[in-house]
Ligand binder design. Structure first.
Ligand code: IMP
Length: 426
């Protein structure tokens, strides 16, 4: 039996969807534990591409159960739309998709607050996905949230929304001059959504404990990335949840001692969407080139991603915070044409060389990366499935990462398709 957590070890978009899809072959239950439809997990197989925002990435494996855990914030309309899209691909999620009754609901006013808040911040904005994630977690922690189970009880739902709207409308109108909401206009669609989702809503933690007792293989699928974690990321330029491994336990009800592996995913280089410090960012033509070759545009918002060299200082920090037991390197092939590949091994901060990752943004904005340089392999690695077939220079680069982090590399991805993957022995 394995209970594996799979987390993004950078600023998100590491390729989690593809890896979950591969691991799903040997998994019985895939669980999303945080975030919401700000995530965009891309899967490519049989010549088809599919982007999942809320449904766990095991859905295209008929033997896999997919659980949306209590730590996720759910936009019910996006979820219904996604269920329909999965159905259109010939896959019926009925009976296999389970939604935690205690997961919180993203309501239309959360999205309005997200957008108004960003607009008001102007230059200082976070660069959120505009999906209402932050405001939904604010409602949750302020204990004024609506949970999935509430959608099934119209009278209680009405009372909760009316209570929440007192403050929400005040914020929207007086702080932002934005349109307000009434419970009457929100309720019919929400009640209808509740009816559609009724068959999926369960006590997910209880369900997962039965899965544990039955020794089923469980995979906890993180969204976003460790450096966007609300506690351990580059605050305030973070998301509002806990993508790190600790979040997997709180976001699912699976206890820490049940976890058998923590797998981190990193690209062979680095990207970031939205604002915030990014020490190894490339502002030049090379950065553009990596963006072009790597198709570095957001799967959810379509925004161009910022690109840069792999940052091992940041990656080691992520490894420590998550307790990584294994690592996946994705998008190696994107570097195929480069003359030289650089990797950051330390920072210069105020004329000292440090190997600590400063979580304080003011400090992180000031660091200058110290690079180790590797010759490029200048040949295609696209679709390679055997380690021995990789050019020696690419092998050296990957082994350097492994040695620096002291975490074994288990998977190297050489293209977006399920099959374009090297699996290394445990
Ligand atoms: P939010 O999660 O929409 O509140 O956005 C907060 C920050 O996290 C912004 O910088 C977003 O660009 C970033 N972010 C949120 N979700 C993702 C993701 O799935 N991949 C990469 N960045 C993300």
């Amino acid at each position: 039996m394995s209970v594996r957590i799979l987390i993004g070890a950078q600023w998100g978009d590491e390729g989690k969807g593809k890896i979950v899809d591969i691991l799903a072959a040997e998994t019985d239950v895939v669980v999303r534990y945080q975030g919401g439809a700000n995530a965009g997990h891309t899967l490519k197989f049989d010549g088809k591409t599919f982007v999942l925002h809320l449904i766990p990435s095991g859905i295209f494996h008929p033997h896999c159960e997919c659980v949306i855990g209590n730590g996720v914030v759910i936009d019910p309309f996006t979820l219904i739309d996604e269920i329909e899209k999965v159905r259109a691909m010939g896959v019926d999620p009925a009976g296999r998709l389970k939604i935690a009754a205690t997961a919180h609901v993203i309501l239309p006013y959360h999205k309005a607050l997200d957008k108004a808040n960003e607009l008001a911040k102007g230059e200082g904005k976070i660069g959120t996905t505009g999906r209402g994630i932050g405001p939904a977690y604010v409602s949750k922690t302020a204990r004024r949230g609506v949970r999935m189970r509430d959608l099934l009880h119209p009278e209680a739902l009405k009372a909760k929304i009316e209570e929440a709207l007192v403050e929400v409308n005040q914020h929207l109108a007086s702080l932002y001059g934005a349109p307000t909401f009434t419970a009457e206009e929100l309720l019919p669609d929400l009640i209808e959504a509740g009816k559609t989702l009724t068959p999926y809503i369960i006590d997910a933690t209880d369900h997962l404990h039965h899965a544990l007792e039955s020794h089923r293989n469980i995979l906890l699928e993180g969204a976003q990335g460790s450096l966007l974690d609300v506690d351990h990321g580059t605050y305030p330029y973070v998301t509002s949840s806990s993508p790190t491994s600790g979040g997997a336990c709180t976001g699912s009800g699976i206890p820490p001692l049940a976890v058998t592996n923590v797998m981190g995913i990193s690209k062979a280089y680095c990207t970031r969407v939205g604002n915030g410090p990014f020490p190894t960012e490339l502002h030049d033509a090379l950065g553009e080139e990596i963006r072009r070759i790597g198709h570095e545009f957001g799967a959810t918002t379509g925004r161009p991603r910022r690109t840069g060299w792999l940052d091992l200082v940041a990656l080691r920090y992520a490894s420590r915070v998550n307790g990584l037991s294994e690592l996946v390197i994705t998008k190696l092939d994107v570097l195929d044409t480069l003359e030289e590949v650089l990797v950051c091994t330390a920072y210069e901060l105020d004329s000292a060389v440090i190997t600590r990752f400063p979580v304080d943004c003011d400090e992180l904005e000031r660091v200058k990366p110290v690079y180790e340089r590797f010759p490029g392999w200048k040949q295609s690695t696209v679709g390679i499935t055997e380690w021995e077939q990789l050019p020696e220079t690419a092998q050296t680069y990957i082994r350097f990462i492994e040695e620096y982090l002291k975490v074994p590399i288990r998977i190297v991805s050489t293209g977006p398709d399920r099959d374009e993957t090297i699996i290394l022995p445990a």
